[in-house]
Design a protein around this ligand. Structure first.
Ligand SMILES: N[C@@H](CCC(=O)N[C@@H](CS)C(=O)NCC(=O)O)C(=O)O
Length: 210
């Protein structure tokens, strides 16, 4: 399989963690998604959204959207599972994951910040915007874990929720945020004992991760 991504991409990091948890090796193909205003044609050819990650399967299918890719991996290689047994707990894990990947992350991507910059938002306002989005999103996530068993987000093994959480916390640290989310930090600490999380961490985020 081939994973199209970018070393700084949090969404690519999610998929890399999932692959590592399942001990799956892929060839990495790097696309420059960060330093540009125009989506490269090569990326638009493989994803009409012009975003990474894109996973090319052995049978030549191109899968987009990190959560869809990770759920596909989980269906194809069910061990270890990334979703818990039981429909209610699975719905809670998916809700938590979407709160990060679907609601929070798009507010703080390079694409979103680039658009705001072109609307003449200053660097200081952009920083305030990003910190505010991260604080609100992570605060809600802390509450979403109420009553969930640890040490990981939802139980004794890492899963989809942890795969989404760890990259987002690393970004928050990059913005110098004071993280006061005990349950999220405990789950992150449990994750960071595992090579699947720390060995896949983008180098510039490494020193700032727990
Ligand atoms: N919802 C998508 C988000 C993907 C995404 O935002 N990717 C970023 C990198 S983290 C990207 O490709 N940015 C370049 C761009 O949007 O132009 C997913 O989870 O895969």
């Amino acid at each position: 399989m081939r994973l199209h991504g970018h070393p700084r991409s949090l969404a690519t990091w999610r998929v890399r963690i999932a692959l590592a948890l399942k001990n799956l090796l892929v060839e990495m193909v790097e696309h420059d998604t960060a330093a540009r205003d125009v989506t490269p044609a090569s990326l638009l050819q493989i994803n009409p959204q012009g975003q990474v990650p894109v996973l090319e399967t052995d049978s030549g299918q191109r899968l987009t959207q990190s959560l869809a890719i990770i759920e596909w991996l989980d269906e194809m290689w069910p061990t270890p599972p990334l979703l818990p047994p039981g429909p209610v707990l699975r719905a809670r894990v998916r809700a938590f994951s979407h709160a990060i990947a679907t609601d929070l992350h798009p507010l703080v991507t390079d694409r979103a910040l680039g658009r705001l910059r072109r609307l003449e938002m200053t660097d200081a306002s952009l920083r305030a915007w990003t910190r505010c989005a991260l604080a609100e999103g992570l605060d809600a996530c802390e509450t979403l874990l109420t009553g969930a068993e640890g040490p990981f987000c939802f139980g004794s093994i890492p899963g989809l929720a942890d795969v989404c959480l760890v990259p987002q916390l690393a970004l928050a640290r990059q913005y110098g945020m004071n993280l006061t989310f005990p349950r999220l930090l405990a789950a992150e600490a449990a994750c960071m004992t595992l090579p699947a999380f720390h060995s896949t961490c983008p180098p510039e985020l490494w020193s700032k991760s727990s």
